[in-house]
Design a binder for this molecule. Structure first.
Ligand code: PLP
Length: 508
């Protein structure tokens, strides 16, 4: 039987032919990269130039894209221009524009030229830096920039890589809390025995981010023993140390084992700040791992006037802030510092033969693979380094201060309109407020505020989101997009007022 298969040769000839005609992109040809990347940069720059012309919140319906794209991948290569045309016509309508100056939803997710260039460089080098040896610069730069930032945040030396601790870049705050929870779990189990796993209790306020619950689920902890302790307006939604102490005492009396507290500086709903020094005392007395989640507000603490919000962090075992939220660093870049890196390593390290090397075996280096969930990791420190160098701490402080000033201005506008009420103290750049209901409202104005947010967001001119505080539906106005100016805040407020007027006429 003839086993000769002419097809590969035919395909090879076909490919050669195409290369001659320069029809398809070669994988990584330097000159072609230069040419095509310039086109992409132009496309992105034009996007930013026209960003205000898009509806901030995408107005498409679920399933819209399936109707616009073919149902299988192309067989033959297409041109970049063809793809970019599709991005313009089919993808952008389905994008919610987080970088729009009229974006006031959730928390910000900053992009910046420095962050973008760092991402570009990281994509260009495309290394996978799981062990020191796989790219020594990736590991060493990460340790250095996290030490720089630890210094800027006035963290205690225990968090520096030069001691027993150190910083690491995680993808998200959710991964950060998971890895420290697992480290804390294993640490206590080494003392009390692994069979005690079902008795371990985790604590946080009911304002803590849902990532803690997810971490407990993944970490094999009893979800019933993730205690989300009640807060209310009497503490501005911060966790009371007395409530924590009482819960711990009750659990100990029931034979359970308290092991982890997640405190918050800047909760997601209302930016509440838990009293770290008092909570630290409780954790120390009870031998509990103390984690501080400052995912959003941590960035503000590089300003001397806001640093006091993390007073007490010197007592914590771990501290996290997202540089990708409010620190001009493109997603993703979540910064985690621990005091005892050996706790992380004991839980997360593996040492297979195929990864062994002299530097690791000699304990001379950090291998960040042992501080995180995956093996592979991107060169993320490049973009943080770029941000720190190209803006400097002063530039970053100015960025934070301008947003806080704009939020204070918005708060003032709300206060001046007696139809509205500010419902939680504005501490950073988030204002929580609501439209007051007409007398005899059956649901305390919840539907009214729900309708208001829907009306406002359907204009496409602005995007804000909501939360619920003490049973009340509340509007959140988070200033933080890098392009936002006072005129955008004013325009957003005008839309809110107009829609409120229209709604109140219907509701009365
Ligand atoms: N913690 C707080 C206080 C947050 O506000 C958020 C998200 O907004 C998170 C954790 C989770 O962040 P990530 O998306 O990085 O996991």
């Amino acid at each position: 039987m003839d086993t000769f298969d002419p097809v590969p040769i035919f395909r090879y000839q076909e490919m050669e032919q195409k290369e001659e005609n320069d029809l398809n992109l070669k994988a990584m040809n330097a000159e072609e990269l230069r040419e095509q990347a310039h086109k992409m940069v132009d496309f992105i720059a034009d996007y930013y130039k026209t960003i205000e012309s898009f509806p901030v919140l995408s107005q498409v319906q679920p399933g819209y894209l399936g109707k616009l794209l073919p149902d299988s991948a192309p067989t033959c290569p297409e041109s970049l221009q063809h793809v970019l045309n599709d991005v313009q016509e089919k993808i952008l309508p389905g994008v919610t524009h987080w970088q729009s100056p009229n974006y006031f939803a959730y928390f910000p997710s900053n992009s910046s030229i420095a962050g973008f260039l760092g991402e570009m460089l990281s994509a260009g080098l495309n290394i996978v830096g799981f062990s020191w040896i796989t790219s020594p610069a990736a590991t060493e730069l990460e340790a250095i920039v996290l030490d720089w930032l630890a210094k800027a945040l006035l963290l205690s030396h225990d968090f520096f890589s030069t001691g027993q601790g150190g910083g690491v870049i995680q993808g998200t705050a959710s991964e950060a809390v998971l890895v420290v929870l697992v480290a804390a779990r294993d640490k206590i189990l080494r003392t009390v025995g692994r069979t005690a796993l079902p008795k371990l209790v985790t604590y946080a306020s009911d304002q803590t981010h849902s990532s803690l619950q997810k971490a407990c689920q993944i970490g094999g902890l009893d979800p019933e023993l993730c205690r989300l302790l009640k807060t209310d307006s009497s503490t501005n939604f911060a966790l009371s140390p007395d409530v924590l102490s009482e819960a711990i005492s009750d659990d100990i009396a029931s034979g359970l084992i308290p092991f982890f507290l997640c405190a918050n500086v800047g909760t997601t709903s209302s930016t509440a700040v838990d009293p770290l020094p008092a909570l630290a005392k409780v954790t120390r007395t009870n031998n509990i791992w103390f984690h501080v989640d400052a995912a959003y507000a941590g960035s503000a603490c590089i300003c001397p006037e806001y640093r006091h919000f993390i007073d007490g962090v010197e007592e914590a075992d771990s501290f996290n802030m997202n540089a990708h939220k409010w620190f001009l660093t493109n997603f993703d870049c979540s910064l985690l510092w621990v005091k005892e890196r050996s706790a992380l390593i004991q839980s997360l390290s593996t040492n297979p033969e195929y990864l062994k090397n002299k530097a690791s075996e000699g304990n001379m280096v950090i291998d960040y693979k042992d501080w995180q969930i995956p093996l592979g990791r991107r060169f993320r420190s490049l973009k943080l380094w770029m941000v720190l160098r190209l803006y400097g701490l002063e530039g970053l402080q100015a960025h934070i201060r301008s947003h806080i000033a704009m939020a204070a201005y918005f708060e003032e506008l709300v206060v001046q309109d007696k139809r509205f009420k500010v419902v939680a103290p504005r501490t950073f750049s988030l204002v929580c407020f609501r439209l007051l209901p007409p007398p005899n409202s059956k649901d305390n104005g919840n539907k009214l505020n729900h309708d208001l947010i829907d009306l406002v967001n359907s204009t496409g001119s602005v995007f804000i989101t909501h939360t619920v505080l003490s049973g009340e539906f509340v509007l959140r106005f988070a200033v933080g997009a890098p392009l936002t100016e006072v005129r955008h805040v004013k325009a957003a407020w005008q839309i809110l007022q107009e829609k409120a007027t229209a709604l109140l006429q219907i509701y009365h």
